[in-house]
Design a protein around this ligand. Structure first.
Ligand code: URA
Length: 482
């Protein structure tokens, strides 16, 4: 009997090398014991045959991905099942293509369970900020997966949080991402991670998406299994929110919109609308002040104000509508799907550094179950938020501004002309600067087929025009005051 012991990390490579060797020597599945991390039968088993055997080893194209996933499963039989499958494939090339075959089904089920676990990891890892040691911010998280998914699950975070250093510790090992390098290490004792401001952020987000009128405890537990709760800061709110739910639903019923009292309009007129009468002295001050903005009601439900991140000396300003769901959580504009499309087309068009911002700085949404559905801002909300856009424009003084979609075009020019008629044209902003009007990437994402292709081509053409114009135009500060 041969015996292969798989390590806690890097087990796929070890399994693959051993499987290749065993198959090339024609070793039958029942002649091999697979164990993990020095399981039972530690002293039994003979060493693997030396060198390649005489048999050619083949595997279906999709097998490596399946094996990588199945091997993560904690089922001790998983490595042997995989070996049995590959052994069968050597004799019958169709053996693994029948999804109804019990072995194929069993492998698919194991892989599915691992996929679910990876998904939960992506959803439920909560980072806490650690004191920085260099220029990059550092974060740490503790997570307890069901399966051995550290190596499968963490590359997602490397892509998503490429600009910070982080550690994800699990009982099975530790993933470290330092200066763009992802490495894996043996398990270490659970780190002591101090609470930070992100706890409050998660709490706010969760409280916002929690709808007391739509409580489905079973659905909630299946989406967010109770075993993860202890490491999720927002779940501390659940008992209190459940307790208060009935009273909140009653209050919601009582607060159903009725006639506004006649005096309401007069009172509103007298209320100070502008809570920031003083113009900030720097763009940084403006960004800080905007965090506490209450110029309209949108601040109530949004997680945070999303201001333009800069750079202040960019020759081009690109203005969108408002942050979306992902921007609201990240605190940065254009990091979600529309942002990805925008950045892709900007790169294709050769657009250089641009100051990216939005006409409205808070996410306006309608909670729908656990989702937050985008809502268009009202004219009054756009007008209130223009206070910030004007300040950004004053500091940045872009040579050219691109308005993405109708809201940005209205905020910048005051005109409501339909998009079809104005796209690709340069208009004059309220402050006198040139504004090139184009489609919003979210609009393109809502289209399909030829319509989507045409709209994307139009956006590309407009951004190419913007890149050309920016090169030719003087800075606004070099022009006579308007
Ligand atoms: N859409 C916008 O208009 N702005 C963003 O920041 C993201 C999506």
């Amino acid at each position: 009997m041969y015996r292969v012991d798989l390590p806690g990390l890097g087990f796929f490579d070890v399994w693959r090398t051993a499987a290749r060797c065993l198959l090339s020597h024609g070793v039958a599945p029942e002649e091999v014991t697979w164990s993990r991390g020095g399981g039972e039968d530690l002293f039994g088993g003979k060493p693997l045959p030396r060198g390649n055997g005489v048999h050619y080893v083949s595997a279906p194209r999709t097998f490596p991905a399946l094996a990588k996933s199945v091997l993560c499963h904690t089922d001790p039989g998983a490595p042997a099942l995989l070996y049995a499958a590959l052994h069968r494939h050597q004799k019958d090339r169709k053996a693994l293509s029948n999804p109804a075959d019990p072995l194929v089904r069993q492998l698919a089920q194991l892989s599915k369970a691992v996929g679910r676990d990876v998904h939960k990891m992506h959803a439920f890892v909560r980072f806490r900020e650690l004191p920085a040691e260099g220029k990059r911010r550092r974060f740490g998280a503790w997570f307890e997966p069901d399966h051995f998914i550290l190596e499968q699950g963490t590359p997602f975070f490397a892509k998503r949080f490429a600009d910070m250093d982080w550690t994800i510790a699990t009982p099975q090992g530790v993933a470290r991402f330092d200066a763009g390098q992802l490495t894996f290490h043996p398990p270490a004792p659970r780190p002591d991670l101090p609470e930070d401001a992100s706890e409050a952020l998660w709490g706010t987000y969760f409280a916002n998406i929690f709808n007391p009128a739509r409580i489905h405890l079973n659905a909630m537990r299946s989406e967010m299994p109770v075993k993860y709760w202890k490491n999720l800061p927002e779940t501390r709110l659940i008992p209190g929110m459940l307790e208060a739910a009935e009273a909140r639903v009653q209050a919601m019923r009582e607060a159903m919109p009725g006639e506004a009292p006649a005096r309401a309009a007069r009172i509103l007129e007298r209320l100070p609308q502008n809570t920031f009468p003083e113009r900030p002295e720097t763009l940084e001050d403006a960004r800080e002040a905007a965090l506490a903005c209450r110029r309209c009601g949108l601040c109530e439900a949004a997680t945070q104000t999303v201001f333009g991140p800069g750079p202040q000396d960019a020759p081009l300003m690109i203005v969108g509508e408002q942050p979306g769901d992902q921007e609201d959580l990240a605190g940065e504009p254009f990091v979600g799907p529309a942002g990805r499309l925008l950045r892709e087309v900007m790169a294709e068009a050769g657009v250089g550094p641009a100051y990216l911002t939005n006409a409205v700085k808070h996410f306006k949404f309608q909670p729908r179950g656990k989702r937050r559905l985008h809502q268009n801002p009202e004219r009054d909300e756009i007008d209130q938020c223009r206070w910030w856009l004007d300040i950004e424009r004053d500091f940045v003084k872009p040579r050219l501004t691109v308005a993405l979609g109708a809201t940005a075009a209205y905020a910048l020019t005051g005109s409501h002309t339909a998009m079809k008629a104005r796209r690709g044209t340069v208009e004059v902003a309220r402050d006198g600067g040139p504004v090139l009007v184009t489609y919003h990437p979210s609009y393109i994402l809502r289209l399909s087929g030829h319509e989507a292709e045409d709209a994307r081509a139009a956006l590309l053409q407009d951004l190419q025009q913007a890149a050309r114009r920016v090169k030719e135009m003087p800075r606004r500060e070099d022009l006579a005051p308007h």
